[in-house]
Ligand binder design. Structure first.
Ligand code: C2E
Ligand code: MG
Ligand code: MG
Length: 714
């Protein structure tokens, strides 16, 4: 089973398949499902191209929405399912290589335009149908005028049986005849309706031209008109209609009557409002979402001379920890509470709050004096976060970092403003968080952006810009080298060597971590074999082993076990020479499905280490369930031993963990050993292996070889 990625055509096809499966059951098409899929494929292609196009083209998406109506997807449910499907899968299948944040915002805008195109096409089609009915009715009416009995009967049948509301009034507006559909739409009886005059039916939402068109028609100056019009029903509710009114003339051409045809669009209108709302609001918090915010920011930046804008870009500090340790449901509740508090901070005219995604929020203020207002706004937000948030009986303290951008309208694009806000927010975060910082255009220009790095990642892998350093793992008992941990670095053409903390989170976010992780695994295992060939004889203290870090995404990837087996087989390295390091937080709350691949690897003899142990609040009792054989104590434990004498409580804790680990048959490795005193202390506490600058910093593979040789001979 190879995990070869599909080409763009395959992915596009898969998207079309999913789409057609979702929508086919609610279409009124006469095609089969595969035929229907063929119809959707070109539409999927247009969406895919519009998703990746440089500039946003709403016409393309509107055209796709309209084409759905053409393909007999006229049921509102078909639109709803289409939007769900686009929302969930378009970026996934058609967004390869792009910036995911940008693609998601683009996808939201595409959905919105599709919904608009769909509604418009449906309206036009309805009007065309009405026109056809009006023509038929007119023809019949003409025949009626000639008193042909048979046609009269046919006309009555059309009139009464029509699903569309039909009414006839004289030129003064007195209603003469209505059909059953019309009485049902208005919730009034035939008699009640016939007593009324059309001119009584004004509504505050009437379009300005509505009554002018009416006047022109009854004066005989126009043959018909179409409007969207609302009516009050007797119970006070509102009926929305597509209304077509035609003038009926007698045989000499003298105007006699007006014929109204109306279709009830109340529900469709509600659906449209709901779709518009859903496309522009965040489902969790109800705040405006990224695409709505973009629209508003675009407007604010296009405002006339003298107008300014101020933007606060907020990212919560330590939100990931809440999510990891208390679970997503608690994280969600926290976000909802934060959203409510933020909303209450920005209530003045010209102010708005939106959620950009995750734990990122923005507040915008506009007007002539935003320099002052935006500072106050940021202050209000910091204040609003002060009071702890109570979730599941725990009081959580929430802090945030805010980047502020303020300036005149008309100089920068929304993307530039957000980029600057994002950079500034990161500056606030790096300065310790729980603060706000003001954007500095010069600093912006120097910053390596997350965005820039993210887009450069895929090419970097192809161009071979990554390399691996190895840091030895040393046996505390006798100081011999047991193996090494592989630590990846990126030699960036502009920024020099970047550490994994800079790019691993981005690679995880975009999914590139899977091919990157596979590359690291393959390189490291090859390296391990080379060490063995040059060094590890039967006389040595055992073959050198290699530790490789795995990201949570890699754990979820279906190819993990097979890829690992393939690499081991290709290189001829035994499974027990490999140790995979998984962070504690990745395994918290993991269910059996997630653990299965790890368990299979463990069964084959691969060691699994729990990395950064002690940072994720995991339950010690849980260790028993996990297929791990090594605990790697986080650096923070070692750090607390730097002081001399070390804190006795800390020592007790480490001693306790070591005892527990050994009782569960787990080996204990410690990270971050920087002094001989620490090493000695950890040895006394019973730790098995250690890693840290005291022995060696991460370095090229040859260095490890030398170290190991010194051991073996010395
Ligand atoms: P980690 O697995 O906990 O790796 C140990 C980190 O501690 C390394 O940082 C190492 O350089 C650093 N370190 C080692 N000895 C000392 C010491 O004595 N004092 C101090 N202060 N630090 C020490 P690095 O290389 O920056 O790696 C950071 C993290 O990036 C790693 O933490 C690991 O989680 C992740 N990482 C590195 N390579 C990969 C990879 O190939 N794949 C994945 N998924 N993650 C990786
Ligand atoms: Mg590690
Ligand atoms: Mg670690």
């Amino acid at each position: 089973m190879s995990a070869e990625p599909d080409g763009p055509e395959d992915r596009l096809r898969r998207f079309a398949t999913i789409w057609s499966r979702a929508v086919f059951p609610v279409t009124s098409t006469s095609s089969t499902r595969p035929e229907f899929e063929e119809q959707l494929l070109p539409l999927a292609r247009r969406l895919s191209e519009a998703l990746r196009a440089r500039a946003f083209d709403q016409e393309e998406a509107r055209a796709v929405g309209a084409a759905l109506v053409g393909a007999h997807c006229t049921d509102p449910e078909a639109l709803s399912r289409t939007l769900d499907c686009v929302d969930a899968y378009l970026v996934l299948y058609c967004g390869q290589g792009g910036d995911p944040e940008h693609l998601r915002a683009r996808s939201a805008r595409l959905q919105h335009a599709m919904a608009a195109g769909f509604a418009q096409a449906l309206r036009e089609r309805t009007l065309a149908e009405q026109e056809a009915i009006a023509q038929a009715a007119l023809k019949a009416q003409g025949v009626v005028a000639q008193a042909l009995h048979a046609s009269e009967a046919r006309f009555r049948a059309v009139f009464e049986g029509a699903a569309i509301g039909i009414g006839i009034a004289d030129l003064d507006g007195n209603i003469l005849q209505v059909n059953g559909a019309l009485t049902r739409m208005f919730g009034m009886s035939d008699q009640q309706l016939r007593g009324r005059n059309a001119m009584e039916w004004t509504h505050p939402d009437d379009a300005p031209q509505t009554w002018r068109l009416y006047e022109e028609l009854v004066r005989g100056e126009r043959e018909h008109y179409h409007v969207e019009k609302a009516f009050y029903r007797p119970d006070g509710t509102v009926l929305w209609t597509n209304l077509t009114v035609s003038l009926l003339r007698d045989a000499d051409g003298t105007p006699r009557y007006q014929l109204a045809l109306m279709e009830d669009t109340t529900e469709r209108r509600l659906l449209n409002l709901r779709l518009r709302y859903e496309a522009t609001h965040d489902a969790l918090t109800g705040l405006p979402n990224r695409s709505f915010f973009f629209e508003r920011l675009e407007k604010a930046l296009a405002a006339g001379p003298g107008q300014r804008f101020g933007l606060c870009y907020l990212d919560l500090d330590g939100f990931k920890t809440v999510n990891d340790s208390l679970g997503h449901a608690a994280g969600d509740r926290l976000l909802v509470e934060v959203a409510d508090r933020l909303q209450a901070c920005a209530t003045a005219p010209g102010e708005m709050v939106a959620r950009l995604g995750g734990d990122e929020f923005v507040a915008l203020t506009t007007g002539p004096d935003t320099a002052h207002q935006v500072d106050e706004l940021a202050g209000r937000i910091m204040n609003a976060l002060l009071a702890p948030i109570s979730i599941d009986g725990r009081e959580l303290t929430v802090r945030g970092s805010i980047g502020i951008v303020e300036g005149p309208a008309g100089e920068r694009s929304p993307a530039e403003v957000l980029r600057s806000a994002d950079i500034t927010m990161y500056r606030a975060k790096s300065a310790g968080g729980n603060r706000f910082e003001l954007a500095d255009p010069e600093a912006d220009a120097r910053v390596i952006t997350r965005h820039g790095l993210t887009t450069a990642l895929p090419a970097a892998l192809e161009r071979g810009e990554f390399f691996i350093e190895y840091q030895p793992l040393v046996r505390l008992g006798d100081g011999t080298v047991r193996g090494a941990e592989a630590l990846v670095r990126w030699l960036h053409p502009q920024h020099g060597v970047l550490g994994p903390d800079r790019f691993i989170p981005l690679a995880e976010h975009t999914g590139l971590i899977v091919p990157l992780g596979r590359w690291v695994l393959e390189q490291s295992v090859r390296q391990a074999r080379e060490w063995r060939e040059r060094h590890g004889g039967p006389d040595a203290a055992g073959p050198l082993r290699i530790n490789v870090n795995l990201s949570p995404c890699q754990l979820n990837h279906p190819g993990l076990v097979q890829d690992t087996v393939d690499i081991l087989e290709r290189t001829g390295v035994a499974p027990d020479a490999l140790c995979l390091e998984v962070t504690e937080s990745a395994l918290i709350g993991a269910d059996d499905d997630l653990l299965k691949p790890l368990r299979r690897l463990a069964d084959m003899g691969v060691d699994i280490a729990l990395d950064d142990f002690g940072t994720g609040y995991s339950n010690l009792a849980n260790l028993r369930r996990l297929p791990v054989s090594v605990l790697k104590l986080d650096r923070s434990f070692t750090q607390s031993m730097q002081r001399f004498p070390a804190d006795p409580v800390d020592l007790k804790i480490v001693e306790g963990i070591v005892a527990l680990a050994h009782s569960l048959d787990l080996a204990v490795t410690v990270e971050g050993v920087e002094t001989g005193a620490q090493a000695e202390q950890l040895r006394i506490l019973g730790c098995d292996t250690a890693q840290g600058w005291y022995y060696a910093r991460p370095g090229p593979p040859e260095r490890l070889h030398q170290l190991a040789l010194v051991d073996a001979t010395g």
